[in-house]
Write a protein that binds this ligand. Sequence first.
Ligand SMILES: C[S@@+](CC[C@H](N)C(=O)[O-])C[C@H]1O[C@@H](n2cnc3c(N)ncnc32)[C@H](O)[C@@H]1O
Length: 245
Amino acid sequence: MRPARSGNAGIASKQSAPGGFADRGCGFQCEYSRDVIPMGLYANCILPWFMDLALAPAAIAEQRAMLLRSLAGNVLEVGFGTGLSLRHYPKGVTRVIALDPKHPPLQRVAQRIAAAPFPVEYLPFDPDGPYPLAAGAVDAVASMFSLCTIPEPAAALRDIFRVLQPGGRFAFLEHGKAEQPGLHRWQRRLTPLWGRFTGGCCLDRDIVALVDAVGFDRVSHERVSVEGVPPWMGRLYRGVAIKPR
Ligand SMILES: C[S@@+](CC[C@H](N)C(=O)[O-])C[C@H]1O[C@@H](n2cnc3c(N)ncnc32)[C@H](O)[C@@H]1O
C-alpha cells in the first residue's frame, strides 16, 4: 500500500532537464541487472537503446499517433522513457509533464525534448508514493508500454484517475495478457527472465481489467496486431478511459 501524501512538488523545466542529466553517472543503481552488467551502463545506455529499438518502429509510431490525437491541454505522460511519443502529440497539447524514475542522460532524449513545440517538464517523484500532483491537475494522461513495467500498476492507475480533471481522458497503448490461453501460459513462464533484461517488464498483465477496476466512466479499447511486436507480447491494447464529470 502506498502512503497517502499530497501537494505539488517542483517540476524540472525543459531548460533544466539536460543539465540534470550530467549528475547521473555510472554509479547509478539499477535493480534489474545488478548481477549482470554495471548499473549505469545498463540503466543509462543499454535499456534506453533497447527501448528505442523495440518501441520506435513505424507501425508502433502509427499507433502512438492514433492514440494521442484526441488529447489536448496539459498532459501527464506516465513512463516517459526516451521521449519517443513527443512527436506524436497533436497541436492542442500545451505541456507534457514527464513522469519516469529514470532520466537517461542521452543526447537524443534531450534533442527530442528540445524539438517539442510545447514545454516538456520532468516531474520528480517517489515511485513508492503517490504522484506529487493535486487532484484534477491535468487534462489528460498518456501511458504507452509502461503499465507492463510499473511495479504497482493498480496504485499507479488510482493516481492517474485522481490527477485527471473530471471528464479528462486516460489514453493507453500497452501490451499484456494474450487472448489465447496457451500463449498466456507462455507469457507467465517467460516473464521472470524477460523482466530481468527489460527493466522489469511483465508480459502477462490484464491491462483492461486493471483500468476497469479504477472507476472510469467509460473504457473503450481495441486489441491491435502491430508489425514488429514479438508474438509473445500479444496483440496491443489501444484504449481510452474517461473520468466521470
Ligand atoms: C518500456 S518503457 C516505455 C517507455 C515509453 N513510454 C515509450 O513508449 O517509449 C517503460 C518505462 O516505464 C518507466 N517506469 C518504471 N517504473 C515506473 C513508475 N513507477 N512510474 C512511472 N514510470 C515508470 C521505465 O523507467 C521506462 O522508462
